[in-house]
Design a protein around this ligand. Structure first.
Ligand SMILES: [Mg+2]
Length: 217
């Protein structure tokens, strides 16, 4: 980490949601993944193994399985989102420490997620940090075009009048930071400890951290 991190350099704070504002081991994403496989299996009347293969291929080709299902199969996005985000969030605990830390940060904070609006609201409420955020930019508000597509970032930046040189983005998904850097934002990768050991140098990542709250405070 060569650069010194200075809060005052930023007036726009952009946070991914899942596995960024709560750790990966809270086991939320595996539940969503399971629901996606179920959805595909029911929709196309195929077994779970084939459904998972389809999910993986669509994810690789389109960035999200939803985007793939919309492009190839004209699936109704709201029906899909409703189904796959119907999961148990009881494992997510209130994070008072993170709430205090976010409160202290001057500048406007945003959620920027490839998940649904309702999912983002529920997770933020579970964490008890929802009051810190000016707005939620979800997959619906980006017109179902997910990160890392430039379109999603530009739409948010225009809407919120974000100056990328005064913006910092937090993410656990590396390639979503590539677009942010291309648009001249400062980028922070949240990585598990194991990943850190093997983390290769990426010129589009300014900081790699393991603990968001610790980094912010
Ligand atoms: Mg994430």
């Amino acid at each position: 980490m060569s650069k010194n991190f200075n809060h005052e350099d930023f007036s726009h704070w952009i946070f991914d949601l899942d596995n960024t504002l709560y750790p990966e081991d809270e086991n939320i994403f595996p539940q969503v993944k399971k629901r996606i496989i179920e959805f595909i299996s029911l929709e196309f009347q195929i077994d779970k193994v084939s459904a998972n293969k389809k999910r993986q291929r669509l994810y690789n080709e389109y960035g999200t399985s939803l985007r793939g299902l919309m492009s190839e199969n004209k699936i109704n996005p709201d029906k899909f989102l409703e189904y796959v985000h119907d999961i148990d969030l009881s494992i997510i605990n209130k994070n008072l420490k993170l709430n205090r830390t976010l409160k202290k940060i001057n500048g406007t904070k945003y959620i920027f997620t490839n998940g649904s609006f309702k999912h983002a609201e529920s997770v933020l409420q579970k964490l008890g940090i929802e009051k810190n955020f000016h707005s939620i930019h979800s997959i619906e508000t980006s017109g179902y075009i997910p990160k890392p597509s430039k379109h999603a970032y530009e739409k948010m930046m225009l809407q919120e009048n974000i100056d990328p040189l005064r913006a910092i983005m937090f993410e656990d998904t590396k390639w979503n930071l590539k677009t942010a850097k291309m648009l001249e934002m400062t980028t922070v990768l949240i990585s598990s400890k194991n990943d850190l050991l093997e983390n290769e140098k990426n010129d589009y990542i300014d900081y790699t951290i393991t603990d968001l709250e610790e980094f912010l405070s």
